[in-house]
Design a protein around this ligand. Structure first.
Ligand code: PEP
Ligand code: MN
Length: 343
């Protein structure tokens, strides 16, 4: 259910609506828009009637949200969600560019790569300290030590950190280091983890599951929003199909479909999407061309020695070439790339 209030509603009027919702054991979610205040109601809303609210001061409209996903839907909020991360406006006309190696491998490795990216003006550095791997014998990440190195990159290079929470172990510590917390494809339907990160303040980068539909992705985002964290960035990272010549199939269809269905920003991960480094740049460009709010790209200074995902990692040199192409493409789709310094 959605209660729409006039933007000029007083705090007292808003509080009365919230009290009515909560006295009926439902949960309220306030979304301030430019034109109106929307209060989403979740829980057993069948007990509530539209008339309960329509008679209240400053209430303009009350409607039932027909979609299974509610808080993430455009029915709930028609304006795009813009997430402010240290002055960077994700979901606005600024493209979000996140880059870094698949895994943290050593202090030297993250500093070398982050240093090169910073020189190009990249602000968001991504590397996994906790790695969910298909094989239990594959490199599982440096874990706490990896997190420590990322904290050093953040402190010494001033970069914005994105890293994956594999489970709820060390979540508090991870939330201190990670400005944006990644939930990986394999955890997209780990509902208790989604609820836990839903109770954090950090923005969440939610990757689409390997065999998840677009609706599944939106339902997973709903778990996070329903706990009160409205700062979710969706990520299309490729799905499993019958194709064997590429690692996954980057489902570019998801971008315009999600944009229509949801107000949340969505970015593209062409690295996992195709899995072959020299095919990453065209897919990154394709993602941006069809309306993605940004990209997350794997970059490694020694891809042949990488402990994970070397085959899909761009070298800093190739990434720089991609960045230049993106700067040319951005204005064509009414976007811009804001780098920390000139490339
Ligand atoms: C990753 O980002 O390195 C990763 C493991 O991605 P995904 O969860 O999309 O497979
Ligand atoms: Mn990876």
């Amino acid at each position: 259910m959605l209660v729409v209030m006039d933007l000029s509603a007083s705090q007292k009027e808003v509080d009365s609506v919230i009290n009515k919702i909560e006295n009926n054991n439902c949960k309220s979610h306030i979304i301030y828009g430019n034109q109106k205040i929307a209060i989403g109601v979740t829980g057993q809303t069948q007990k509530l009637s539209e008339d309960d609210f329509l008679t209240m001061d400053a209430v303009i409209d009350v409607m039932r949200v027909s979609k299974k996903y509610k808080l993430v839907s455009r029915e709930m909020k028609d304006e795009d969600t813009v997430i402010d991360v240290k002055g960077n406006l994700i979901g606005s006309d600024e493209l979000l560019i996140i880059a870094g190696p698949c895994s943290v491998e050593s202090r030297q490795q993250v500093f070398d790569i982050a240093g090169e990216l910073k020189e190009m003006g990249i602000k968001f550095f991504r590397a996994g300290a906790y790695k969910p791997r298909t094989s239990p014998y594959a490199f599982q990440g440096l874990k706490e030590k990896g997190l420590e190195y990322l904290a050093d990159v953040k402190k010494e290079l001033g970069m914005i950190i994105v890293t994956e929470a594999k489970d709820s172990n060390n979540l508090e510590q991870l939330a201190e280091v990670s400005d944006i917390i990644q939930i990986g494809a394999r955890n997209m339907q780990n509902f208790s983890l989604l609820e836990e990160v839903g109770r954090l303040k950090n923005p969440i980068l939610l990757k689409r599951g390997l065999a998840a539909s677009i609706e599944d992705l939106l339902m997973s985002a709903e778990y996070i929003l329903s706990e009160g964290n409205y700062n979710v960035i969706l990520c299309e990272r490729g799905i499993r199909t019958f194709e064997t010549m590429t690692r996954n199939t980057l489902d570019l269809n998801a971008i315009p479909v999600v944009k229509q269905q949801s107000h949340l920003p969505i970015i593209v991960d062409p690295s996992h999407g195709i899995g072959i480094w020299d095919k990453v740049p065209p897919m990154a460009m394709a993602g941006i061309a069809c309306g993605a709010d940004g990209i997350v790209v794997e970059v490694h200074n020694k891809p042949d020695q990488a402990l994970s995902d070397g085959a899909q990692s761009l070298t800093p040199k190739h990434f720089k070439e991609l960045l230049q192409k993106i700067q040319e493409l951005a204005p064509v789709v009414n976007k811009k790339v804001t780098l920390e310094c000139a490339v």
